[in-house]
Write a protein that binds this ligand. Structure first.
Ligand code: NOJ
Length: 540
């Protein structure tokens, strides 16, 4: 099926607003700072930005604790600054996707303040309040994603309320039609303002077991080690109840009632590919792009990566459009996870696979994790569960080689330290260097748009490739005039020779720039250590 909607051929770029550009010099990024860097995003060639939350918030979870869904936090600017950013992005042909945080509000949100006031408050049942068990303990054994019980005791009204994340992030009760109506009004507010879509925070949490049954223990907690305390249980009942699909069908109908193909991207974690794929909807009538995190959590070797790619291709419902992501504000940086040399291979993979890629800001510079000393920890998860902190992936964007890297005023203190190596890992240093990660990323974004085999072609993984290599072919389904493209990835630090076919090909793109434009013998294609090539196959 050929792509017809803008987001199918788009490259999405995630901006963490605290860390992209600080126009007012307080050390924290803001909307005006993003606006000032639109030139860069246009130069890079991405099609859409997704901005993590910038709404009014006490910032306990840096904006994922929303106190007012329809206003901008003064730290980031105001609604006028948002409108300017949106208008200017649109004028440059860039789409703008905002974050929608449906599962929980801040405890400072007027709804919760009211709800907490008394058991008879009109907003009491907008949240999940329950009596303690007879022994005074919480209503069930659910644990917060950030560790500890998911229930907080309210002394005044002598009941517990549910919080799947921080106690300052009480869960809304989506089974209450008033909650749904209020949250859909929030969506309309931003759609009317002109946003091009939403990224939905922890999308499957909005539907829980109505009986609030206990979760069973997890027999293999080591498989979910990265989740800390939360790995103790199998999360059968605290999210992902089948009723979730009805909610997203309604959500989708609302989006579809607006012109312009507004897009929904859902944050959906599920180890089982089929369950994850279920969020497209039985009739592709739920979430357009359930975020596909499977590469992000895959071991970084050719066999594992190939398994993920093939399994996703196989699990996709007919007509569903794939998407891929390698980094975000919750996970360690790509370059630290796979190493800098493999980060290039990974970027090539991300931008040549079939489907919509999302690039996390700074990954195009191969930014490593920032080194966060204990006194610099800002992330609430890192404060509650030492070691779980996500600050290292949220360091300020380095724009140039000046003392504060052009992120904030030279005499300001950035809210988090920069990642190491910013003398070379900054935009100014890499921009005109053909061999840089940034230049390669930019060329790949353009190539995938311009070459119809990459933009819309089918995917075929090649069999029988040597250990440590992953090779696939993309070929256009259109009128057949565009040649097929081979992507050959060496995921080891040793040279490899891959036998593809008898012909030859022309290197369109390479992790090592000197190979671009060369003609290669595809009967015995030589790949250097950590090298990856995009080759246009002759006579294909
Ligand atoms: C997922 C977000 O990506 C993360 O940053 C946040 O802490 C939780 N949802 C809670 O909203």
């Amino acid at each position: 099926m050929r792509p017809t909607r803008w987001w199918e051929t788009a490259a999405v770029y995630q901006v963490y607003p605290r860390s992209f550009g600080d126009a007012d010099g307080d050390g924290v990024g803001d909307l005006e700072g993003i606006r000032q860097h639109l030139d860069y995003l246009e130069w890079l060639g991405v099609d859409a930005l997704w901005i993590s939350p910038f709404y009014r918030s006490p910032m306990k979870d840096f904006g994922y604790d929303v106190a007012d869904y329809t206003d901008v936090d003064p730290l980031f600017g105001d609604l006028a600054a948002f409108d300017r950013l949106l208008a200017e992005a649109h004028a440059r042909g860039l789409r703008l996707i905002v974050d929608f945080v449906p599962n929980h509000t801040s405890d400072q949100h007027a709804w919760f303040v009211d709800s907490r006031r008394s058991r008879t408050s009109s907003k009491r049942d907008w949240y999940v309040w329950r009596d303690p068990k007879a022994d005074g303990s919480p209503p069930n054994n659910w644990i917060s994603v950030f560790g500890g019980s998911a229930w907080a005791w309210d002394e005044e009204t002598r009941q517990f309320y549910l919080h799947s994340f921080l106690a300052e992030q009480p869960d809304l009760d989506w089974r209450n039609p008033q909650v749904k109506a209020a949250m859909f009004a929030v969506l309309r507010f931003w759609l009317d303002r002109g946003v091009d879509g939403f990224r939905i925070d922890v999308a499957q949490f909005v539907a829980k077991d109505p009986a609030l049954r206990d979760n069973p223990p997890n027999p293999h907690p080591e498989r979910m080690r990265h989740m800390g305390d939360w790995s103790r249980q199998l999360h059968l009942y605290d999210h992902g109840h089948p009723d979730v699909h009805g909610i997203y069908r309604e959500f989708r109908a609302l989006l579809d009632s607006y012109p312009g193909d507004r897009v929904s991207i859902g944050e959906l974690h599920h180890e089982q590919f089929e369950v994850w794929a279920g969020y497209y909807g039985r009739n592709l009538d739920e979430i357009h792009l359930p975020f596909n995190f499977h590469l992000l959590f895959s071991d970084w070797d050719a066999t594992s990566v190939r398994c993920v790619v093939d399994a996703i291709e196989a699990a996709l419902p007919a007509g569903a459009w794939p998407n891929w992501v390698l980094g975000n504000h919750d996970q360690p940086r790509l370059a630290s996870r796979v190493g800098e040399a493999q980060a290039r291979v990974a970027m090539m993979l991300l931008l040549t696979l079939r489907g919509t890629p999302t690039i996390y800001y700074g990954d195009e510079l191969a930014l490593p994790n920032a080194e966060i000393r204990p006194y610099q920890v800002r992330d609430p998860w890192g404060l509650v569960e030492p070691g779980q902190g996500r600050d290292r992936a949220r360091s300020p964007m380095p724009w140039d080689g000046t003392p504060n890297a052009g992120f904030t005023a030279p005499d300001s203190e950035p809210w988090l330290p920069f990642a190491p190596g910013r003398e070379t890992h900054n935009v100014a240093a890499q921009r005109d260097d053909l061999g840089s990660m940034l230049a390669m990323t930019r060329r790949l974004i353009r190539l995938r748009r311009e070459h119809s085999a990459l933009a819309e072609g089918v995917h075929r993984s090649l069999e029988g490739m040597p250990d440590g290599t992953f090779c696939f072919v993309r070929s256009a389904t259109g009128d057949g005039s565009a040649p097929a493209v081979l992507v050959a990835l060496n995921m080891t630090s040793e040279p490899r020779q891959v036998p593809i076919n008898r012909g030859s090909g022309r290197v369109l793109e390479a992790t090592h720039a000197h190979r671009i434009g060369s003609t290669v013998d595809t009967a015995a294609l030589e790949l250097g250590p950590d090298e990856a090539l995009v080759v246009e196959l002759e006579g294909s």
